[in-house]
Design a protein around this ligand. Structure first.
Ligand SMILES: Nc1ncnc2c1ncn2[C@@H]1O[C@H](COP(=O)(O)OP(=O)(O)O)[C@@H](O)[C@H]1O
Ligand SMILES: [Mg+2]
Length: 246
C-alpha cells in the first residue's frame, strides 16, 4: 500500500482514436517495470477498451461499484479491483454499455477517495467528449495528458481546449503528439505549435508504429513491453519523471 496519495493522471483528447488507450497502457506498462502500483480506471464508459485489451474480466465493473456505493451495499474496495498483474489493477468500464448512462458523475470522486492511498498512480482513460464524467476526472487530476495527432481538425480543437485551460489559469496539462498511428502528416512541429498555441511536451515517434499491434491486443499484452522501442521507452520515462514531480 502506498503511503502517499496516488498521482491521478487523466489521458484524454479532443478527437477520437488518437491513441489514448494504447498510450495509457504503455504508460502503465513502463510504471510496472519501475515497480509502481497502478490502478487503471476506465471512464470511457460507453466503449471501454481496457478490459478487452488486457484480456481481463469486466465483472465487477465501475457500474457495479457505483451502484453498490449508491445503495449502501458497498463494503470494501478489494472486491471491485480486477488484477492484471502484480502491479496493475483495473476498474473496468461497464460490461453492459446500457449501464453507462446510469453512472452519476458525483460518484467518481467517491470512487477515487477509496483507492487514492493504495496506488502510486491512478491512470484514468476517457473518451474525447467533455461530458460530466470526464469533467470530474479532469478536476480531480494532478496532470492531464492530451494525446493529439497531426490532423487539422484535431489541432484546431486542441487550440480551443488550450485557450480554456489558459483562461482558467490551469497549467497541469501536457500535450503529447502521437505520430505512431500512421496516416496524416500535414504539419511541421512549428506549424503544430502555432496552431495549438502551446508547446508540444512529448512526441511518440513514428518509428513506434507497431504493425502487429492487434496481435498484442488479442493476447492481452501491453505493446511497449513487447515492442521494446528505445526512443518511446525513454519518452515514457521522461513523462513519468514529470508526473512524479507534480
Ligand atoms: N503504436 C501504434 N502502432 C500501430 N497502431 C497503433 C499504435 N497506437 C495505437 N494504434 C492503433 O490506433 C487505433 C486507436 O488507438 P487507441 O489507443 O484505441 O485510441 P483511442 O483510445 O484514443 O481511441 C487502434 O486501432 C490502435 O490499435
Ligand atoms: Mg480509447
Amino acid at each position: 500500500m502506498a503511503l502517499e496519495k496516488a498521482k491521478i493522471v487523466t489521458i484524454t483528447s479532443v478527437k477520437g482514436g488518437t491513441g489514448k488507450t494504447t498510450t495509457l497502457l504503455n504508460l502503465a506498462g513502463i510504471l510496472s517495470t519501475q515497480k509502481k502500483k497502478v490502478l487503471i480506471l476506465d471512464l470511457d464508459l460507453y466503449a471501454g477498451a481496457i478490459a478487452p485489451f488486457l484480456n481481463i474480466a469486466n465483472d465487477p465493473d465501475i457500474y457495479s461499484l457505483v451502484d453498490d456505493i449508491g445503495s449502501n451495499r458497498f463494503e470494501k474496495i478489494d472486491s471491485y479491483l480486477v488484477k492484471y498483474n502484480d502491479y496493475i489493477d483495473v476498474i473496468p468500464a461497464p460490461k453492459d454499455p446500457r449501464n453507462a448512462s446510469k453512472i452519476n458523475s458525483k460518484y467518481i470522486s467517491v470512487v477515487l477517495s477509496k483507492i487514492i492511498y493504495r496506488y502510486d498512480f491512478i491512470l484514468i482513460d476517457t473518451n474525447h467528449f467533455l461530458n460530466p464524467i470526464t469533467l470530474v476526472a479532469l478536476d480531480a487530476s494532478d496532470q492531464i495528458l492530451y494525446i493529439i495527432n497531426n490532423d487539422p481538425l484535431d489541432l484546431k480543437n486542441m487550440a480551443t481546449r488550450v485557450s480554456i485551460h489558459k483562461d482558467m489559469e490551469q497549467e497541469n496539462y501536457q500535450i503529447i503528439l502521437n505520430e505512431s498511428i500512421t496516416g496524416r502528416d500535414y504539419f511541421s512541429k512549428v506549424d503544430i505549435k502555432n496552431i495549438i498555441k502551446n508547446n508540444i511536451d512529448f512526441i511518440i515517434p513514428k518509428s513506434f508504429h507497431t504493425k502487429n499491434i492487434d496481435k498484442y491486443i488479442l493476447d492481452g499484452k501491453i505493446p511497449i513491453l513487447n515492442n521494446k522501442h528505445k526512443k518511446t521507452i525513454s519518452t515514457f520515462k521522461n513523462m513519468i519523471a514529470l508526473l512524479e514531480k507534480r
